[in-house]
Design a protein around this ligand. Structure first.
Ligand code: HEM
Length: 518
């Protein structure tokens, strides 16, 4: 309850002071990390709606300001501190422009998962976090049919598309990592981004455009630009963001660049639909065809369709290439994993050939990726939501409307009570569990639970994870069968880099490859 009117109508009472903290904007989750503005000069008092939730670094103005200032480079430490100190309970960590309320208890996570979208909203969170509406266009948020297609058609057609995916991964790997007899040092992260971009676009838009370097580059740049623009906007006062985003956004330029390649293909498909109907002969099976099946009105125009393709690449490329690089660094730093993985992959391929079913039978490989996502992940927090209404957990804990709430992903995954020796990377941890009676289908790379949330959990859990799991496994299986691998700095895995909430593999490291000898 804001006390601005009350301040002028009666003297401040002791109780008001107890329940109040000085805040600068009438936004309940505002912290003090952003640049003060003219509007912010109007200091008002209000009850602290978060008084019942302990704050890492302190809740008063000065401490929250100073802690928020550290949040970009020290998020991991701040979240770990809260997790250790308030174990099982909620806590909050300040960011530039809000408090992040963090949950970690399984029952709390389950309640966040089950809460309907009109109370705890995932899409409002992603829009606020990535400025989707302002930077990428409002239609993406108003009609999310491109997301439904990942959950539906893409996942359902994985078996059918597997051969295309496999072929593109193998060709892209050969092009990016030379098969040499002697050890060759490869600056690996950009190469993996390229392999993922090419293989993903084989399924998104098909041949030959998935191999056009400029088309792939636009898709890669789109993510980098979106992140850079977001980092600028998040530091600005809220009222300036819509205005600045208009000048900042590079999306129209990206659409124009990508349309040069996609435009003629989309037009050709639209012509065929006009002539022969939606199921025209030799219609390609890819994500673009599914978009065309569902798009109506303005959404059938080339710029709109191109933007959807760019956006799905935004969700797919860096998430998958970072996840792959995390796992690759473990393999290269500990090459003792190579032999058992090779034996498993060879045995399964001998029995099944290169199929989607074969990928599900490689339990050690699956475990290696699951463990890498547990140990590293790509985000310290997932399952993030914005409360569109007041929300109360069944234990009575109150979350005010407007709050951001997330799961303590990194800390949950490193918790010894959930994962014995959690600070140690143990590549076959989950394969051993699956070998136990009755555990065969649990603990797969794509399974989520309250204790395993690198893809989120529940209805908004990453719908692309089934596709990503197949892509990453084919990449790794191909690499393990064809190359010997080690870190340039032998035996040492380069430390991850923390930037805000992201957990990024060292993007500057080199890995050594040579043609497999044994
Ligand atoms: C290993 C790679 C990937 C990782 C680690 C990853 C991770 C995530 C995470 C953490 C979320 C948010 C879930 C939450 O916090 O509740 C998410 C959402 C999403 N991901 Fe992924 N992702 C990956 C690959 C992909 C791919 C390949 C695609 C597309 C083909 C994709 C499409 C999406 C979409 C559309 C959403 C939003 C879901 C919704 O609005 O309900 N992701 N992903």
């Amino acid at each position: 309850m804001y006390l601005l009117i009350g301040i002028f109508s009666r003297p401040l009472r002791e109780k008001d002071i107890e329940n109040a903290r000085c805040d600068i904007l009438p936004d309940p989750q505002r912290t003090f990390g952003s640049i003060p503005t003219l509007g912010e000069a109007f200091i008002i008092f209000k009850r602290d709606p978060y008084a019942h939730i302990p704050a890492v670094g302190g809740a008063d103005i000065i401490s929250s300001y100073l802690t928020a200032r550290k949040s970009y480079s020290h998020s991991r430490e701040l979240i770990s501190e809260g997790y250790a100190k308030y174990k099982g309970g909620l806590f909050r960590v300040p960011e530039n422009d809000r408090w992040n309320i963090i949950v970690s208890r399984p029952d709390h996570i389950e309640e966040v998962r089950k809460a309907p979208d009109n109370i705890l909203s995932f899409s409002d969170f992603t829009n606020a976090e990535f400025f989707v509406k302002e930077l990428m266009g409002p239609t993406l948020t108003e009609n999310e049919y491109h997301i439904d297609l990942v959950r539906g058609s893409l996942t359902k057609n994985l078996s059918l598309l597997f051969d295309d995916l496999r072929e593109e991964v193998m060709l892209a790997m050969e092009d990016n990592i030379p098969l040499t007899d002697d050890w060759t040092s490869v600056y690996v992260f950009p190469k993996m981004v390229e392999v993922v971009a090419r293989a993903s676009n084989r399924i998104f838009v098909g041949l030959p455009v998935c191999r056009e370097p400029e088309f792939l580059q636009v898709n890669i740049d789109y993510t980098m630009d979106a992140n850079a623009n977001r980092d600028i906007l998040i530091r600005l006062p809220i009222f300036l963001r819509p205005l600045v985003s208009k000048f900042l956004t590079t999306v129209p330029k990206s659409i124009a660049r990508a349309s040069k390649h996609l435009g003629p293909i989309i037009q050709e498909r639209l012509n065929l639909i006009d002539e022969y109907g939606p199921d025209y002969p030799d219609k390609p099976v890819d994500y673009l065809s599914w978009l065309l099946d569902l798009a109506t009105g303005d959404e059938r125009r080339i710029p709109q369709l191109t933007n959807r393709i760019l956006h799905i690449n935004f969700a797919a490329i860096h998430t998958s290439s970072m996840s792959f690089t995390h796992a690759l660094y473990h393999l290269a730093a500990e090459p003792h994993y190579l032999q058992p993985l090779r034996e498993e992959i060879e045995t399964v391929i001998d029995e099944e050939g290169w199929t989607k079913v074969a990928m599900t039978k490689m339990h050690k490989l699956d475990s290696f990726f699951r463990e890498s996502q547990r140990y590293n992940g790509i985000s310290l927090l997932t399952l993030s939501r914005i409360a569109l209404k007041d929300f109360t957990f069944s234990d009575g804990t109150f979350i005010p409307k407007g709050s951001t709430i997330s799961a303590a992903t990194y800390s949950i995954h490193r918790d010894d009570e959930k994962y014995p020796d959690g600070e140690k990377f143990d590549g076959f941890r989950f394969a051993r569990i699956r070998a136990q009676e009755g555990q065969n289908t649990s603990h797969q790379f794509v399974n989520t639970s309250a204790d395993y949330v690198p893809f989120g959990h529940g209805k908004h859990a990453c719908p692309g994870r089934f596709f990503a799991a197949n892509e990453l496994k084919v990449m790794m299986a191909y690499l393990i069968l064809n190359y010997d691998v080690k870190m340039e700095n032998e035996g040492v895995r380069p430390p991850n880099v923390a930037a805000a909430l992201a957990c990024i593999p060292d993007v500057t490291a080199n890995v050594m490859f040579r043609r497999r000898r044994s």
